[in-house]
Design a protein around this ligand. Structure first.
Ligand SMILES: Cc1cc2nc3c(=O)[nH]c(=O)nc-3n(C[C@H](O)[C@H](O)[C@H](O)COP(=O)(O)O)c2cc1C
Length: 444
């Protein structure tokens, strides 16, 4: 019997042109102004493709964060970005293999639009599209869509489940070979290959069919990143790949074990869902150099930016407290109970000042940071990969383009030498890269 092929990592990268770290845009080598043009994105996408990443990913929100003052917001660039589907369509032209994924909210969209846009990207890119399903965060987004408040968690997820089912149904509107385009007989499509969805549910009434052919992947890849019980439930039922923020190996292992169990309990193969914890790497020629790079960015977090983000996460205006005083005991607020408790417990345990606590949250936004030489970083990734914590990683370069260049030039070759990552793309579609099957049309 032939030996099973070695298990290989999957790598995604989140392209935030100003870097993942709150102060990434202030790094001396950060290229500014590229966030509203094409050139920087083109360069980043081509670098990621040169690194043989499975997929590049664009996050998105449909409004500004609303808890912060304008003064606080004005200190960080992550409040503005291009509309991602338009941008990915452009990137599909200057890349040929890397997957192209973006966030679209199920709370502030209609399924028909989302199904159509991602199927279009899948056609344009030859089967490289991925949709990151989110339910969105804030009242700031709600107010752009005829509402005063963001709907509560349970109703958002109830809508999200039905939303994904409708999108999938629409993607199956046509048999793969429905469009016969026979000049001779004058038949453009085979009537038997058309399937009208006719969905009527709690949240949506959608007749269908989708007005474009089944796309190269059948279904674009579905990503998900919620980690509440509802979020995990949605991921177990519908996701092909999952992003997760885990600070420690133990947290990542716990999440990994739980999600794979829930996937199996629904009758899906555990390997049909790839789990990709986020990693923010600081790469140096020596460990000391990497630590200095990390330190330098921490020092560049403007206090207003730090306080604003911390206040948003804790749900309390933290600018009322001295920066270098210990984090005070705070009243529990209903809206942010779990996140607040997590951060306040952390502050108490480690006796953190307000400045140190915002340093913690602005440094990677809850994701794991690795600081070291390429060998040390590869060691950490290998350890997580081989110890039940990850099927791969979502790489979050702290600043760009240098943070991605360093990962591609120094860490990826080390992973390749160890046989942990592909040297060349073996397939054409994002599903091929992730080792996922192409879904059979569900009405069949
Ligand atoms: C890597 C990563 C990327 C995310 N990207 C987005 C995004 O682009 N837009 C968004 O609204 N939420 C984003 N989220 C947030 C989650 O998808 C989710 O909405 C949030 O964690 C709250 O869901 P929960 O209550 O189920 O945890 C992201 C989360 C992670 C870990």
């Amino acid at each position: 019997m032939a030996a099973a092929p070695p298990r290989r990592m999957h790598l995604a990268t989140l392209l935030q042109p100003n870097g993942h770290h709150t102060a990434g845009w202030r790094h001396p080598d950060a290229e500014l102004g590229g966030d509203h043009g094409f050139e920087l994105y083109r360069k980043l996408a081509q670098t990621a493709e040169r690194g043989r990443f499975d997929v590049l990913f664009l996050a998105d929100a449909v409004g500004l964060r609303e808890r912060e003052t304008v003064e606080q917001l004005s200190r960080s660039p992550i409040t503005v970005n291009l509309e991602p589907l338009g941008l990915l369509s452009a990137l599909s032209v200057v890349t040929s293999r890397i997957g192209l994924a973006a966030t679209a909210s199920t709370t502030y969209n209609e399924p028909y639009h989302v199904a159509r846009k991602f199927a279009t990207l899948d056609h344009l890119s030859g089967g490289r599209a991925g949709w990151n399903v989110v339910t969105s965060f804030t009242d700031g987004e709600a107010r752009n869509f005829n509402r005063e408040h963001h709907p509560d968690h349970a109703s958002r997820y109830s809508r999200a489940r039905e939303f994904v089912a409708v999108v999938r149904g629409l993607w199956d509107s046509w048999d793969d070979d429905a469009f016969v385009r026979d000049k001779h007989t004058g038949r453009y499509f085979d009537p038997a290959g058309l399937h009208v969805l006719d969905h009527r549910g709690e949240h949506f009434s959608v007749r269908g069919p989708l007005n474009l052919a089944r796309s190269p992947q059948g279904h674009p890849v579905i990503f998900q990143a919620g980690s509440s019980d509802d979020g995990i439930g949605l991921a177990a039922a519908t996701a092909d790949a999952v992003y997760v923020a885990a600070q420690t190996l133990e947290e990542a292992q716990t999440y990994y074990a739980r999600l794979k169990l829930e996937v199996a309990a629904l009758g899906r193969a555990p390997d049909a869902v790839k789990i990709l914890p986020g990693i923010q790497p600081f790469i140096g020629r020596t460990e000391k150099e990497a630590q200095e790079k990390h330190r330098a960015l921490l020092d560049l977090i403007h206090p207003d930016a730090g306080l604003g983000i911390l206040s948003t996460l804790i749900g309390v205006d933290m600018s009322a407290y001295p920066l270098d005083g210990l984090v005070p005991d705070l009243p529990v607020t209903e809206s942010h109970r779990s996140r607040q408790k997590l951060l306040l417990d952390l502050a108490r345990r480690h006796k953190l000042t307000v400045r140190q606590l915002y340093g913690h949250v602005c440094n990677g936004a809850g994701h794991h940071t690795v600081t070291g030489t390429p060998v040390q970083i590869a060691d950490r990734l290998q350890h997580w990969f081989e110890n039940g914590a990850a099927d791969g990683f979502n790489i979050l370069p702290p600043w760009l383009p240098g943070g991605l260049d360093d990962f591609v030039d120094y860490v990826i070759p080390e992973l390749q030498r160890r046989g942990l990552f592909r040297r060349e793309y073996e397939g054409r579609t994002l599903r091929d890269h992730l080792g996922l099957q192409r879904p059979v049309r569900s009405h069949a």
